[in-house]
Design a protein around this ligand. Structure first.
Ligand code: BGC
Length: 268
């Protein structure tokens, strides 16, 4: 049986104190990786992620740092390399929303979302690739020198009124991811993205917390259910493993069909 096995590898998951990042950290640990659980200022919640990792027999460590701050990212990677020897897998997950209609959106809201969602992924990807190249191949551990999984969103393709900062950041992630993949494929690095739809986490509580909102949301999801963080975590673990060795520069949508234009069912 082909099961996901990334034992002997070290993963960093940014924004791993809650939601999708937490599930990614747990699924990677379940598949055998040692996992650095990054958080910005949620030491307690990061501790819960570590507990979940230990509960399934895994090993992990918490690393504090703001992904939008260059010095934090450098320190975070240095810490993990010091503790675990190297980094094999980066899940660039940390992301935020600061919603406002365009005319109400402040420059601060625009810049903050771009800084965390896009610049943060750039800084982490750069640090990861530098480490992959420094360490070099270990074919007994993985067919890739290193793997990066960028957390995107269905909003890398679906425009989103009232969230131009967020949609722009996710659209940017796609071409950043593909450009990095094109640049480093020949060095043995694989870079892919996962684009979740509506996943039950704190970022979108408003969209599912009461029945009316949930009904509206479900109209957008052909599969008829809101996603769970593990739905995304399992896709990420597969992309991090050699089972996906020939997958490079692609985006895997994990959205219950949200990008299938469900409004066209019986319409158009
Ligand atoms: C957003 C969520 C939203 C989902 C589907 C995600 O990227 O962060 O707030 O529910 O896309 O629209």
């Amino acid at each position: 049986m082909h099961s996901i096995d990334i034992s002997g590898q070290v993963a960093i998951v940014t924004g791993a104190s809650s939601g999708i990042g937490q599930a990614c950290a747990v699924e990677l640990a379940r598949a055998g990786a040692r996992v650095a659980v990054n958080h910005r200022n949620s030491a307690e919640e990061a501790g819960e992620t570590l507990e979940m990792i230990r509960d399934c027999g895994g090993e992990g460590t918490a690393v504090q740092g703001d992904v939008s701050v260059e010095a934090d990212v450098e320190r975070m990677f240095a810490n993990v390399v010091e503790q675990y020897g190297t980094v094999d897998i980066l899940v660039a997950n940390a992301g935020i929303q600061q919603d406002a209609s365009l005319t109400e959106m402040t420059l601060g809201q625009w810049e903050k979302v771009i800084a965390v969602n896009l610049t943060g992924q750039f800084l982490c990807a750069r640090a990861a690739i530098r480490e992959f190249l420094r360490r070099g191949p270990r074919p007994e551990i993985s067919r890739s020198v290193g793997k990066i999984i960028c957390m995107s969103s269905v909003h890398q393709v679906i425009p989103w009124a009232g969230r131009v900062n967020y949609a722009a950041s996710k659209g940017g992630i796609e071409l950043m991811m593909q450009s990095i993949a094109q640049e480093y494929a020949e060095k043995g690095v694989r870079v892919n993205a996962v684009a979740p739809g509506a996943i039950r986490t704190a970022i979108n509580t408003e969209a599912w917390k009461n029945e009316a909102a949930r009904d509206r949301l479900l109209k957008l999801i052909p599969q008829g259910r809101i996603g769970e963080p593990e739905d995304v975590g399992r896709a990420v673990a597969w992309l991090a493993s050699d089972l996906s060795d020939y997958v490079n520069g692609t985006t895997l949508f994990v959205d219950g069909g949200m990008t299938l234009y469900p409004g066209f069912r019986g319409n158009g």
